[in-house]
Design a protein around this ligand. Sequence first.
Ligand code: CDP
Ligand code: MG
Length: 692
Amino acid sequence: MSKYWKPGSERPRTVLVDDEEGGVLFLSSPPSSSGFGHSSLERQRQRLPVYKYRTAILYLVENHATTIIVGETGSGKTTQIPQYLKEAGWAEGGRVIACTQPRRLAVQSVASRVAEEMGVKLGEEVGYTIRFEDQTKPNVTKIKFLTDGVLLREMMDDPLLIKYSVIMVDEAHERSLSTDMLLGLLKKVQRRRPQLRIIISSATIDAKSMSTFFHIRRRNIGQAAEDPTPSELPAILSVEGKGYNVEIHYVEEPVSDYLQAAVNTVLSIHDKEPPGDILVFLTGQDDINAAVQLLTEDAQNNGLLVLPLFSGLSRADQDLIFSPTPKGKRKVVISTNIAETSLTLEGIVYVVDSGFSKQRFYNPIPDIENLVVAPISKASARQRAGRAGRVQPGKCFRLYTEEYFVKEMPAEGIPEMQRSSLVSCVIQLKALGIDNILGFDWLASPSPEAMIRALEVLYSLGILDEDAKLTSPTGFQVAEIPLDPMISKMILSADTYGCSEDIITIAAVLSVQSIWISVRGAQKEFDEVKLRFAAAEGDHVTYLNVYKGFIHSGKSSQWCYKNYINYHAMKKVIDIREQLSRLLRRLGIVLKSCERDTQVLRKAIIAGFFAHACCLEEFSPNGMYKTIKSSQEVYIHPSSVLFRVNPKWVVYHSLVSTDKHYMRNVIAIDPSWLIEAAPHFYQVRKPNPAPY
Ligand code: CDP
Ligand code: MG
């Protein structure tokens, strides 16, 4: 790199750079700050570490098909690089610059920041798209932030991603399932569309292996003389940050309750340490809310401003996280690992690291995928600690021992690809015409067991045929619906049962995190309120009651408040429902309601979820169920309306695992419906073979 260009503190006006082949390239300077009153933002932009590399980045993107940019969190990769590209003309002629993120909240947050920096209205020149929410305008949007999953979906309509000039795959080190799929597919697209530029950016990455992966070898090199093709050799650029030292503290003895330990550590920092905000890493919405509550309840912590941070947070709550800490207060942000690299918070001086995060794990043998609280890797632990050293030297308090860190913590996390069910991934690749999925160009290969299991599941759902091709119309329709294939199948089957109107409400509720607001300490009251909506058939039917109540109230936030229902979640449900009904109409499905015939409703649910059937163990004193498919021990989750009711036969939507496997969203069924819905999957065991 330094052969071409040296970062200087002065902003270059124009730069002439020697090309590898001896040619001369002209690179324009960044435009001077505009006079629209956001010059302080402009100054902030120029202070970011990535700014010194602006010219170098533009040079590399111009000349290489793929550029890999490594730079520590907060150096300005996500918010600045798309703007540099736009300033350099990559969004001219109707082309769009895309920047993908694995997390939806990050998409929204960086898009609104970039719109602010550019002084434009979000949704116009700068927009974003996440599942069920499109804030872009055709022919107007020039910089588009989107989840990697949404970009994959866009490939179904536009396989060569023609409208994009540059695609920046951000946070690549996260190795989300969609990022891995996207990288493999983009490599293919690049072969067909040499002019497409790809930027892979991340905080930590094995740049060498990524570079080897993207070293494409094109046929007919050198033929397109009028439009010179960029070099096939990926460029690597490392942005040096300006992180400060972070002092690491370990606990002496392992802690048994990380939640309580985190709360105590925050209080002790507040008590003993000089001013500076605190960032606490816990695992999920539940433990974060619990910690927020414990900290706000505590009488001695005047001066603490405690805020939760997890995906699914309302816009107002997100804004609080990013707004400056009021004078005399100390902000405490309690977060999932979203704050590890996806979002940068200013002013953090102390980090409390629980050592855990919620991770997806999949076991192909019983075909069980669930979210598990699991230990993080050393790479994650270092990232977390780094969050404390952005503005000044900081401290990181690890709630695990040094010995554990050194001897037991794994060096790297496992790519999501290798720990998730591949059902959705297989459908999407099939829909993109990729048939040999094991032979696909993977950055890390998925396990053959998981692949076989995915094919089996899809076959049993009637989505793939015996030749492992998408069935028509079911398979193709399922691929069109941006939901878990089991839900999509449930929705499509509802058409046959005449209850699609009701089923899409259920599907919408299952797509948001939770419609209930659980209040610690008010559990009894909450349970009583819930009973008003509870249906004997189970959670899915209960959701229909809640939805009806909400509509009946005129979509009132007051009504939600009184009933412990999350108003934002309900608004989201209405929105998703609307989009699903539009999608179904496009698929030629006429929406019908079954007017509370809960039997047909449940049959439609079973059409998608027959593989999740369980039977109560006879004589089990504690409500133990076993899955029919693999005899796995499972229990009804306490949040379900069927908790302690324990009907003999049930079907669940998903499993969560803590001390046990818990079924979330459960309905009671009649076992004969299983055989009716999936005769190929379930057989009736005959007591005695008939004598001949
Ligand atoms: O992507 P990377 O981690 O390299 O940095 P970034 O997300 O582009 O952040 C650059 C700067 O923008 C940081 O100082 C952030 O604090 C700031 N930022 C912000 O204030 N609000 C946001 N929503 C996003 C970024
Ligand atoms: Mg970033």
